[in-house]
Design a protein. Structure first.
Length: 222
């Protein structure tokens, strides 16, 4: 299935003492690399976060499919929140490569997968999202999973690209900005299907305690 992916990898990591969550290592790879591997079949990937992520992205690109385009970008202003990050990622993908031949091969996909960069096991979540899009209910524009507690995981969703463009435009009004906007605000006008995924692992790492429970070392003594 042809799709683009936006990996949201910003944030301050305040509860981890300023440590970059996407660069924490789990099972020999960074959490960011786990996310990149989960969307390995994507036509284009935008990683939205600090320049410090470049090394991990480069490692991934060494084994990425030849057809795939990967870019790093940043929301404006920095740390402006998840909705602003998604908008920045989609804009970077829409810009396309500079090379004209590459532009022909990298037209925007009809589907965009949004994925948080701090999930421990994002692969099954992405596969469940892609499967759900194969037989959509009439009018459905987005697929948003629910965890075992019924909480919507809006930073792990799939959305029709045209619908995402419209949602970004509507949610940006009247200020012309998505600064500090939530994903729920971004998706407020989108017809979504709530996917019940009680067996999916949405564990993420927000605190040193979270890291310790999963055997993840946090640098700088935190």
């Amino acid at each position: 299935m042809k799709y683009d992916a936006i990996i949201v990898a910003g944030g301050r990591g305040s509860r981890l003492g300023g440590v970059s969550k996407p660069l924490l290592e789990h099972h020999g790879e960074t959490l960011l690399e786990h996310s990149l591997n989960a969307v390995r079949d994507a036509q284009s990937i935008a990683v939205v976060g600090a320049h410090a992520l470049a090394e991990a992205v480069t490692r991934y690109m060494d084994s990425a499919p030849d057809f795939q385009r990967v870019v790093i970008t940043r929301e404006y202003p920095s740390f402006a929140g998840p909705a602003a990050a998604v908008a920045a990622g989609r804009a970077a993908l829409d810009d396309g490569p500079d090379d004209e031949d590459a532009q022909q091969l990298n037209q925007p996909s009809a589907l965009t997968v949004v994925l948080a960069s701090d999930l421990l096991d994002p692969g099954p979540v992405v596969q469940a999202l892609l499967k759900a899009t194969l037989n959509p209910a009439p009018g459905t524009e987005a697929w948003v999973p629910q965890d075992a507690a019924g909480v919507l995981q809006t930073l792990s969703c799939a959305i029709l690209t045209d619908s995402l463009h419209r949602a970004i435009s509507v949610a940006s009004e009247p200020r012309g900005s998505l600064e500090n906007a939530s994903m729920m605000r971004l998706l407020a006008t989108v017809q979504m299907e709530r996917l019940k995924l009680p067996d999916a692992d949405f564990s993420d790492i927000d605190t040193p305690g979270d890291a310790g429970r999963h055997g993840i070392a946090v640098a700088n003594g935190h």
